[in-house]
Write a protein that binds this ligand. Structure first.
Ligand SMILES: NC(=O)c1ccc[n+]([C@@H]2O[C@H](COP(=O)([O-])OP(=O)(O)OC[C@H]3O[C@@H](n4cnc5c(N)ncnc54)[C@H](O)[C@@H]3O)[C@@H](O)[C@H]2O)c1
Length: 350
């Protein structure tokens, strides 16, 4: 398809982990992703599909120029800070980038002909609030974020909902559970610095590269005593964004949708799956519980099926781990890539 005939979609934070996978999915579905990213945690070489604009989301003028230059009609908003622990130490930074950045994006959209916004929200908006320990979480569950990070996601949802009512925009907030895995091609993957997510940390420990793995708490009220989480393959997440972009919604509508599998996997099940993929057990130590860690965070994904006609297709735990391992053994960018001497073993596809 000719570049000029593709509908342009602004992808803020599109050089990051989930944004990169979504930009690839958009391109494959006939869209032109216009990645807008300040590269504070993303990678220029990961933004291989469509156009790239270097900029800060707090700069409404730069956002407006990117929208006008490419004739953008829809936006997917990933850009922001993501580390929960850091948000506890620096809530000011999180409110500045996540919340003020979203204010700035909405200001840029107000007088432009953009009719759909898809926002990266999070299961962090639910916190622990008001449910039994092993219940799945529906979108109507009480919102009780347990960190400033979760607060910022909920504040953005409220602001986006108000902007929809005011400007006639329609929006979908996707509340992701635990994003994991990597594109099956091995050309893009997870490269957070520092890495705080379980699967890459378990792989690094298993490969003898990273710090020894600590399992935080083995005394939760769960089948094996470790926390249950809902791991969703990043390719499934990317597909959910493409669906949210295209779903028919009236002007002014705001929808919040869980993106998960509905299946809880324990920390020890993940560690075992990494061991299976590696062909040897992952060494780990048991540590104390972390403050604010709920025993279980598992989505009820019924609304995603109903509204988006979307369900997880490749989020089997062994598949997630196999795809993550393929990437971690030979990452094309990020700290792991530099540690291997910075050789680019994967030719860009575009
Ligand atoms: N990874 C998860 O499991 C998960 C779960 C729930 C929600 N989310 C949300 O999904 C989104 C993407 O997460 P990710 O894991 O891909 O993170 P990431 O850090 O890999 O990507 C974030 C991107 O945003 C860019 N960015 C940061 N500040 C910016 C700014 N001021 N201006 C422009 N660009 C900026 C970064 O350079 C990076 O490319 C985030 O909003 C995150 O809160 C992630």
């Amino acid at each position: 398809m000719d570049r000029g005939t593709r509908p342009a979609v602004l992808v803020t934070g599109g050089a990051g982990y989930i944004g990169t996978h979504t930009a690839k999915a958009l391109y494959e579905q006939g869209f032109l992703p216009v990645v807008f990213d300040d590269l504070s945690s993303g990678f220029r070489e990961a933004a291989r599909w469509g156009a790239f604009v270097h900029g800060d989301i707090r700069d409404a003028r730069a956002l407006g120029e990117a929208i006008d230059a490419h004739g953008v009609k829809a936006v997917i908003h990933f850009a922001g800070l993501i580390e929960v622990g850091r948000s506890v130490a620096r809530p000011d930074l999180f409110w500045d980038i996540n919340v003020s950045g979203t204010v700035s994006l909405l200001a840029a959209l107000r007088e432009r002909d953009v009719d759909r916004l898809v926002f990266s929200s999070s299961a962090a908006v639910y916190g622990q609030g008001g449910r039994g320990p092993l219940e799945t979480i529906g979108e109507d569950a009480p919102k009780a974020p347990a960190s400033p990070y979760g607060d910022t996601k909920l504040a953005c949802e409220w602001m986006i909902a108000a902007a929809c009512r005011a400007y006639g925009l329609s929006a979908v907030a996707l509340r992701y559970f635990n994003a994991a895995g990597a594109d099956p091609s091995g050309e893009i993957g997870e490269a957070h610095e520092p890495e705080t997510h379980l699967i890459p940390l378990a792989i690094a420990a298993g490969l003898g590269r990273g710090k020894p793995l600590t399992v935080f708490g083995q005394d939760f009220d769960t089948p094996d005593g470790t926390c249950l989480r809902d791991y969703i393959h990043v390719s499934d997440l990317a597909a959910a964004h493409v669906a949210a972009l295209q779903v028919d919604l009236p002007a002014g509508a705001f929808e919040a949708v869980n993106v998960g599998t509905g299946q809880g996997r324990s920390v020890l099940q993940v560690v075992e799956a990494v061991g299976r993929a590696l062909g040897r057990p992952v060494p780990y130590a048991t540590g104390a519980r972390r403050a604010g860690d709920p025993p279980s965070l598992v989505a009820d994904p019924a609304r995603a099926v109903e509204l988006l006609n979307w369900s997880a297709k490749c989020s089997d735990l062994d598949r997630i781990v196999t795809d993550a391992l393929r990437w971690e053994q030979d990452p094309a960018y990020g700290a792991g890539h530099r540690a291997q001497g910075g050789r680019l073993s994967k030719a860009p596809t575009q």
